[in-house]
Design a binder for this molecule. Structure first.
Ligand SMILES: Cc1ncc(COP(=O)(O)O)c(C=O)c1O
Length: 374
């Protein structure tokens, strides 16, 4: 059994993906080939956003977004304490300082109440006012944008949505990757929409931001490649990866529906035994991960491993506990206790999740989780 089964998907799409890749090999435009622009247009249509700018990976996408929002050395950026390292790493790469906000144990995402408390606490301690809220749509569920957007407006903050895991989710039919002033995603192979290498994209309805992001991603280019008007980076999506994504995007809505059916089955079979993830009304998760919570997760994990059932712990450490941030001032980076996030990191366990989990495997996983607890 596989944790994320990319082979089943490839078997289904093989002839189409192979022929798309062959087309790239035939025309030979490996960088900035026609498939890249075709994909960007398709992504704009799919998400209903004005601008999609592809880039080399989801971490670069965050850095490009932060730079376009004019985040500078020493600026404060609010960020959930419970997420993948890259969310805060991108802030640090820009010379800015992450300020960690506690997460809601029901949905794993940034807690809006803690967000406002953190802003007020920074003010009370006479620290700089943050510039940006970096939200994360963790495990595929969009963050609470209704509440977070209100707080952003109240304190005049911009939102950068890290939808590396969230592409395919939505709130009341509005798609993830369109909730931030700027939003980003990752096309890492195991992501809901993944390519066959590294890839990412930045999305925005602002033409002004889009122009800056395109420039930043190509060495700060101006009128042409050899006119450089700002310090940027080299971050492009390879044409072959764009070709793969074009075919995968065709079946993506069906795959999201399949992921949701699998999540429903998990909920029915496991809901009485462990804490299963909550999806608020009107929300759709892309189910990048199906993550349960249990005080006995180590018991469950080793029981599953003994039966060759893969499971993963995302994430064992919160970001404020990472050595990489040890030299930052705790008075700034975690002005409030991050109790819920720490609790989450001791309880979470992600189970196999992809569109092609067979019913037989799903039953085996759930029976094993139940037996491990009995
Ligand atoms: C929440 C989150 N942000 C950012 C990233 C970075 O994406 P990439 O690996 O494409 O750089 C990831 C990747 O796992 C992620 O999960």
């Amino acid at each position: 059994m596989q944790f994320i089964d990319l082979n089943s998907q490839y078997s289904l799409l093989k002839s189409k993906i192979d022929s798309r890749i062959q087309q790239v090999l035939n025309h030979g435009a490996y960088i900035n080939g026609p498939e890249v622009n075709e994909l960007e247009v398709r992504l704009q249509e799919f998400l209903n956003v004005k601008n999609a700018i592809t880039c080399a990976n989801g971490t670069d996408a965050l850095v490009l977004g932060l730079l376009a929002l004019d985040v500078q050395q020493g600026d404060l950026v609010l960020c959930p304490a419970f997420t993948f390292f890259a969310s805060a790493e991108a802030i640090a790469v820009c010379g800015a300082i992450p300020v960690f906000v506690d997460c809601d144990p029901n949905n794993f995402n940034m807690c809006p109440v803690s967000l406002e408390k953190t802003i007020l606490e920074l003010q009370a301690r006479a620290h700089a006012i943050p510039e940006v809220i970096l939200t994360v749509d963790l495990f595929g569920l969009p963050a609470d944008y209704d509440s977070i957007t209100k707080i952003a407006k109240k304190y005049n903050l911009k939102i950068l949505e890290d939808a590396a895991q969230g592409f395919g989710g939505s709130i009341n039919n509005v798609k993830a990757c369109s909730f931030g002033d700027i939003s980003t995603t990752s096309f890492f192979p195991s992501k809901p929409l993944g390519c066959y290498g590294d890839g990412g994209a930045v999305f925005t309805n602002s033409d002004a931001y889009a122009q800056i992001i395109r420039s930043l991603a190509q060495h700060g280019k101006g009128d042409d490649k050899y006119d450089n008007i700002r310090i940027g980076m080299n971050s492009r999506l390879d044409t072959i990866q764009a070709a793969v994504l074009l075919e995968k995007l065709e079946v993506f809505p069906e795959e999201i529906a399949l992921r949701n059916q699998i999540a429903d089955r998990y909920e029915k079979l496991l809901g009485d035994y462990v804490t299963t993830p909550v999806v608020p009304k009107g929300y759709i998760s892309s189910w990048a991960q199906y993550t349960i919570r249990s005080a006995r997760r180590e018991t469950i994990k080793s029981y599953l491993a003994a039966r060759d059932i893969p499971s993963m712990i995302y994430y064992k450490k919160c970001l404020h506990q990472q050595k990489a941030f040890a030299e930052l001032d705790p008075d700034v980076i975690n002005p409030l206790e991050l109790k819920q996030s720490v609790q989450l990191s001791s309880e979470v366990l992600s189970l196999p999740m992809h569109p092609y989990v067979s019913d037989e495997n799903l039953k085996t996983i759930c029976e094993s989780v139940k037996s491990s607890l009995s």
